[in-house]
Design a protein. Sequence first.
Length: 96
Amino acid sequence: TQQIDKMKLIDQHYYSIASKATMIKPKQLSLTNTMEASFENKYGISWSSVLLKELAYNAMDACDKLGITGDELNIKWSECKKQNLLLKLGGGFYCG
């Protein structure tokens, strides 16, 4: 475990997931045509319309916009999961 900590292997492994959740803005994400079609099919609105209307947020910005904590966002995320409102767009990359 010291080797893992020293080399920050966990941080490196989860960086792409964490960056999408906290640092990268939705307009910076690259969705394939298949992902965009899945998004529109799931939510009834195109990804480009969501971006144009600024309706998508990363986790940190969602907390700010909704005026909630990370724990409260996690509760909302769990509710979305129960209602089958999550969409996997890539490895560790979900929308809800």
